[in-house]
Design a protein around this ligand. Structure first.
Ligand SMILES: C[S@@+](CC[C@H](N)C(=O)[O-])C[C@H]1O[C@@H](n2cnc3c(N)ncnc32)[C@H](O)[C@@H]1O
Length: 192
């Protein structure tokens, strides 16, 4: 987000809300964002229930490396609620390398290196890194996540793999409001 904002020409064109459940993380974000984009509002919110955010109020909702540590269906449903019809969802998340043997090598590498790096970085506590690794192992494949996003009611779902598939970016849209005269979901269902 910081990189996009740095490139942005019209710095005050949008209202941007940055959310996190952790006040400590928000203090760091506040410090960094205030120099970059004074219009960013930093709010302590739980992604499972964005209290105080009006339904249909955001053009874009993005979440990065958060779905695997949250109850993802609840978070995605909440995003669907606060997006305006036609609004866009962007999810960046750890994913799978589609070549099975390479994915196995990657997971083996992660299960050895991540705890060691974590142990060095934290002075002996590897728990957070083991927890992250479990999230990576148990998270759905990019294709599966795309299905889940579609099943929750989004449309135009697509994804792009980065770094061979170690991470993926999923993009989707909240369906636009039906124009007048167009059959609604309810009337289509009753006609079938
Ligand atoms: C792995 S970090 C990712 C941070 C950042 N989005 C990034 O891409 O570098 C996960 C972040 O999600 C936040 N988080 C965890 N549970 C959350 C929740 N229920 N609602 C909002 N934020 C949450 C954590 O505080 C943490 O900052």
């Amino acid at each position: 987000m910081l990189r996009v904002l740095q490139q942005e020409q019209s710095r005050h064109a949008h209202r941007i809300v940055a959310c996190n459940i952790s006040p400590q993380m928000l203090r760091i974000a506040q410090r960094r964002l205030s120099q970059l984009h004074p219009a960013i509002e930093v709010r302590c919110l739980d992604a499972h229930g964005l209290s105080g955010v009006a339904p249909d109020s955001f053009d874009l909702c993005s979440i990065s490396l958060g779905l695997k540590i949250c109850e993802r269906h609840t978070v995605l449903q909440e995003a669907l609620l606060v997006l305006r019809p036609g609004g866009r969802l962007i999810v960046l998340e750890a994913s799978n390398i589609p070549v099975r043997w390479l994915q196995n090598v990657h997971l083996r590498y992660m299960s050895i290196c991540m705890p060691v790096i974590g142990w060095i970085a934290t002075g002996g506590d590897t728990s957070a890194y083991r927890y992250l690794l479990r999230g990576v192992r148990e998270f759905p494949t990019a294709e599966r996540l795309a299905h889940e996003i579609r099943d929750l009611g989004f449309q135009d779902v697509s994804f792009e793999r980065l770094s061979l598939g170690i991470v993926a970016i999923h993009v989707a849209r909240k369906p636009p409001r039906p124009t007048s005269g167009e059959p609604t979901l309810g009337s289509a269902a009753s006609g079938s």
